[in-house]
Design a binder for this molecule. Structure first.
Ligand SMILES: Cc1cc2nc3c(=O)[nH]c(=O)nc-3n(C[C@H](O)[C@H](O)[C@H](O)COP(=O)(O)OP(=O)(O)OC[C@H]3O[C@@H](n4cnc5c(N)ncnc54)[C@H](O)[C@@H]3O)c2cc1C
Length: 457
């Protein structure tokens, strides 16, 4: 969506969005503002770079595969500083959106979609067992149509889910005037920063040495392995390393520029919702307390947490705020406007905090997991976009096996990884998808003209 440029009422904007040091999750989880813990050893057999979900889950999975492996994890600031400590917390059951179009024409992709759907649920269970305070909670993902075209789009998604044998439910407008047509799929939510902290605690207990305040600047291949140099000149050598710096990867040099762009995303957390606003939300969500994604150009997403609404929906392809967490007034105003539209008529709560974050997006929105082309002893585990919570946790065993130089043991994960590597932009599938949406839209239009309410898929 475009910035409206409209200012919020003073009450809502004062102190919100500028000079932000932490996200809502990082604040309630007590992220230390002082960065730096642990001493950098001179060498380690393995080094993991980046202390978000990707780095921490990969280090833990490496320890599961080889408990004796010597692993040092280097984090530029403190663990969970990046997107992993700032996101909406949805473990998406449809974590590879590109496959929705590809599955139309390729049954092996429909199969990979189904496998990924089940493996993401397994990963949420693993996260719950590993980090019991991370609030891993079974939830419903509600994909909510905002008009006739997106309603037709939902019908098309339903057909693809049938093909992939992924279960879903439909909510139809006939049930109540205030309920928008929607498609519901079983999912999980987490408290993102609590999960990062829990994974870091588990990694330390498993023997991973975590060094914070350690920004890597250069990675060079030497005869005996890797030389990893920090911004302050300190260095560590390693046999092999895994790069898990996602959208921050452009700040490092290793002789290669991965094909992924940085996307900036913004979120707000409101004050406690009034009972009437809570009731209104329960109504639009058919009585559930789900994670809602509104299908419109803004791509609004929101959930409740401790009586507040955690709400996002504005993305930028260029950095528009000076600080990594700052939110410009125009974006804050845009989010506030979207919030008002979502609550449609119910009293709008004040915005209590706002923060920005960044993720790393490839052309297919699928991650890059594999050896670096320029540094043979380095494995890349980056390119996690808007569904990176599910993907980082699910695919960590793949990155771990590659880092240890082993086969991927789990046949399902190996198949998902193969399908990801082979996915190109599915132009034919995309065209078929759009044609299907158009056909469905016309069908629904005809039915409405003939006085029927659509009940079909
Ligand atoms: C606002 C927002 C909302 C989102 N909502 C969702 C959602 O609801 N569901 C979903 O699935 N996905 C969501 N995402 C995407 C998801 O959060 C990311 O894809 C995922 O967290 C990426 O994890 P990561 O570990 O790869 O990267 P990060 O969490 O960014 O971790 C990278 C780490 O590397 C560290 N680092 C950076 N440079 C260096 C260096 N030079 N040396 C050492 N360390 C370094 C950083 O400090 C950081 O801690 C959202 C993202 C944003 C920004």
């Amino acid at each position: 969506m475009r910035d409206s440029g409209r200012m919020l009422p003073a009450k809502a904007t004062t102190g919100v969005g500028q000079g932000v040091a932490q996200s809502y999750w990082q604040r309630i989880g007590g992220m230390p503002l002082q960065q730096g813990s642990g001493t950098l050893p001179r060498s380690s057999r393995f080094v993991v770079i980046g202390g978000g979900f990707a780095g921490l889950a990969t280090a833990l999975r490496m320890k599961e595969l080889d408990p004796a492996a010597e692993i040092v994890l280097l984090e530029a600031k403190s663990v969970g500083y990046g997107a992993s400590g700032r996101n909406g917390g949805l473990v998406s059951p449809l974590a590879a959106p590109v496959w929705l179009a590809a599955a139309m024409q390729d049954q092996s992709i429909a199969r990979a979609m189904r496998l990924l759907n089940r493996k993401a649920d397994d990963a949420a269970r693993w996260a719950n067992a590993t980090a019991p305070h991370a609030e891993v909670t079974p939830t419903t993902l509600l994909l909510e149509a905002q008009g006739a075209v997106t309603n037709a789009g939902i019908s098309q998604v339903a057909r693809i889910l049938d093909r992939a044998e992924i279960e879903y439910r439909r909510f139809r407008p006939r049930d109540s005037k205030s309920i928008k047509p929607a498609l519901a799929i079983d999912a999980n939510t987490i408290n993102p920063y609590a999960l990062v902290r829990g994974l870091a605690d588990a990694a330390r207990q498993a023997g991973v040495e975590i060094v914070e305040g350690a920004p890597v600047k250069d990675i060079e291949q030497e005869q005996s392995g890797l030389r990893i140099t920090l911004a302050d000149g300190r260095a560590i050598t390693a046999e092999r390393a895994v790069l898990c710096t996602n959208a921050y990867t452009p700040s490092l040099s290793f002789g290669e520029v991965p094909r992924a762009k940085v996307v900036y995303n913004y979120m707000i957390a409101t004050e406690q919702l009034s009972p009437s606003a809570l009731e209104r939300l329960a109504t639009v969500s058919n009585g559930e307390r789900p994670f809602v994604v509104e299908l419109n150009t803004a791509y609004v997403f929101y959930r409740l947490h401790q009586g507040r609404l955690v709400f996002g929906g504005i993305e930028k392809s260029k950095q528009v705020a000076p600080g990594d967490l700052d939110v410009p007034a125009s974006i804050l105003a845009g989010l506030d406007k979207l919030l008002g539209e979502t609550l449609s008529g119910a009293p709008k709560p004040a915005v209590a905090e706002a923060w920005g974050g960044r993720f790393h997006m490839t052309t297919t929105d699928l991650p890059i997991i594999g050896p670096s082309a320029s540094v043979p002893s380095l494995v890349l585990n980056i390119g996690y976009g808007g569904t990176g919570v599910a993907l980082t946790l699910t695919l960590a065993p793949v990155a771990a096996a590659l880092a240890l130089g082993r086969q991927i043991e789990d046949a399902g994960l190996a198949e998902i990884h193969r399908a990801m590597r082979n996915t190109r932009l599915p132009l034919a599938g995309g065209v078929k998808f759009v044609a299907g949406v158009a056909g469905e839209y016309l069908r629904q239009l005809r039915e409405r003209r003939n006085g029927h309410v659509s009940q079909g898929r």
